[in-house]
Design a protein around this ligand. Structure first.
Ligand SMILES: *[C@@H]1O[C@H](CO)[C@@H](O)[C@H](O)[C@H]1NC(C)=O
Ligand SMILES: *[C@@H]1O[C@H](CO)[C@@H](O)[C@H](O)[C@H]1NC(C)=O
Length: 300
């Protein structure tokens, strides 16, 4: 009953003690929550939220990839006789598209594949050769994109279903899908860059577009090989190369691009997309090789 009245000195002592304990509790709490986040991260919850791994269990693993220097290798016929294989393989990560082969083309396109972006329409081509892609090339990360009707995860998405089966059969294969939100984000990018609604204008984004957006998410700098600029096909004598380096005798690149650019429905706007890359290149770390051009050359 004697200590109810505290001297001012005692008051300062108790207040200080209170502050110190409050601080310790705050620091401890902060430590615990941060640790928590780290553990969740180890379980795969960190990473790029636009890309999610397909597994038979909980689908909660995002793509966790970071590269300093990337090669983005176009599938264009420009790569024939490019002799860029060594240069490409030296870079930290090599990104390719669909079923573009390296076997037999190493001298021109290199042999390393860190990441492959695959369109829903090319999934059957990958599955035709599933042991090659998911077993022999199991280090490669596969990222599949497609429209909701093919990629829905409620059992009605035809392409999603076959990828899920492949992921169950090859549990070590690193197979991801582009999330619906990321696809909507890409539509938004297209609309902001062109002023046109992607769907209303009858356009499909190309695999190249999703690949460029992914590369900007993953890479500090991007070296694009074999991609022409948006003016290239208007020049006097554009090189007559096949649309894809691995499909000889099919339609020639510029012709294919023009047909698609004009298609009223379901066309890929390859030329418009290249103008967009040209604009991005001028304020991001994107460099074009073979043919070599800069954002400023593109007239975008
Ligand atoms: C699978 O891919 C490899 C490498 O591109 C190729 O050599 C092989 O012929 C393909 N096999 C089939 C069955 O398509
Ligand atoms: C498009 O532009 C609008 C308005 O400036 C902005 O709010 C939105 O985030 C942009 N979308 C993308 C995908 O960049």
């Amino acid at each position: 009953m004697t200590c109810l009245v505290l001297s001012s000195r005692q008051k300062i002592y108790w207040i200080s003690l209170l502050i110190v304990s409050a601080l310790s509790v705050a620091l401890w709490y902060n430590h615990v929550t941060r640790l928590d986040v780290a553990i969740v991260g180890n379980m795969g919850n960190m990473g790029l939220h636009g890309y999610i791994r397909i597994t038979s269990g909980n689908m909660d693993q995002f793509l966790n990839a970071r590269c300093k220097e990337c090669a983005l290798v176009s599938s264009s016929g420009q790569m024939l006789n490019a002799a860029k294989g060594k240069e490409i393989d030296k870079l930290d990560c090599v990104i390719r598209m669909n079923n573009a082969p390296t076997l037999g083309y190493e001298h021109d396109v290199g042999s390393k594949t860190s990441l492959r972006v695959v369109s829903h329409t090319s999934v059957p081509l990958i599955l035709k050769n599933e042991t090659y892609y998911f077993q022999k090339s199991a280090d490669t990360v596969y990222v599949v994109w497609g429209p909701e009707r093919n990629m829905r995860q409620d059992g009605k998405g035809k392409i999603f279903n076959v990828i899920l089966k492949a992921a169950q059969k090859y549990p070590h294969a690193k197979i991801y899908v582009v999330t619906r939100e990321q696809i909507q984000y890409c539509d938004g990018l297209f609309q902001n860059e062109t002023g046109k609604n992607r769907m209303q204008s009858g356009a499909f984004l190309s695999t190249g577009f999703f690949t460029m957006v992914l590369a900007m998410d993953v890479c500090d700098s991007i070296h694009v090989y074999g991609m022409i600029n948006n003016d290239y096909c208007n020049q006097a004598n554009p090189a007559a190369v096949p649309y894809h380096y691995y499909e000889k005798g099919r339609m020639e690149e510029c012709r294919m691009y023009r047909v698609h650019e004009k298609a009223r429905r379901g066309g890929h706007r390859f030329i418009t997309e290249k103008a967009i890359y040209g604009r991005w290149a001028s304020h991001r770390n994107i460099h074009f090789h073979h043919p070599s051009w800069t954002g400023r050359d593109s007239g975008a």
